[in-house]
Design a protein around this ligand. Sequence first.
Ligand code: 6PG
Length: 239
Amino acid sequence: MNKQVEILQSREKLIERAQEICLPKIQEAIKERGQCTMALAGGSTPKPFYESMATHNLPWDKIHIFWGDERYVSPEHSDSNQRMARQAWLDKVPMPATNIHAMPTGAGDAEADAATHERHLREFFQVSQEEFPRFDLILLGMGDDGHTASLFPHTNALRVRDRLITVGNKDGQPRLTFTVPLINQARFVIFVVSGPDKQAALDRVFAEKADEMTYPSRLIQPQGELRWLLTGVKTEDQI
Ligand code: 6PG
């Protein structure tokens, strides 16, 4: 796996480093393409990163926010990734509402909402049915089972190659998620991973050989740059 891995001494240092890396990427995208398209991760690790993002004075009208996955709940639900990012960051900055492209979860049918969001992405990026849009930056976390976004081990979502958005499944709970090919089309993918409970999964994700269906983060091999920021875990050359 062609990746750059950094081990930080604390979650605070990891968040600082993530800012150091991501802010220039955002500015570069805006300079080169007039806008930055950024997909956010859910979970808990990224929350302080989002809080830090809110402290910067950025050209918010040139930044478009998406989510790499979303729990199939209302935006007001405590599990909502959209809610977490809005409270930590997006509600604190003057970003136009039309720049925030939340995954829809209101149709009562996850497949239908996945198709709606797919149409929205194709329209926004002006891509045809066969093409995959290229995000400037995709932020990902990794679960202690090696999942990322809502690409959970041994689920059908891992095999979808002809769509941008599909329905993931965690213990019977539906989730909307970017597909593997959409993530892999990105210019820049950065994982932020914290916590000793992830060591076993990380060992398998970084191993020479391991089953990708069991450790879905192995499937993330972007065309562009791939970086991993870790804390509370070790890599094999450290053990
Ligand atoms: C989600 C996330 C998920 C998350 C991992 C890691 O919707 O929960 O997108 O993929 O990134 O579960 O979560 P933590 O960073 O909280 O450990």
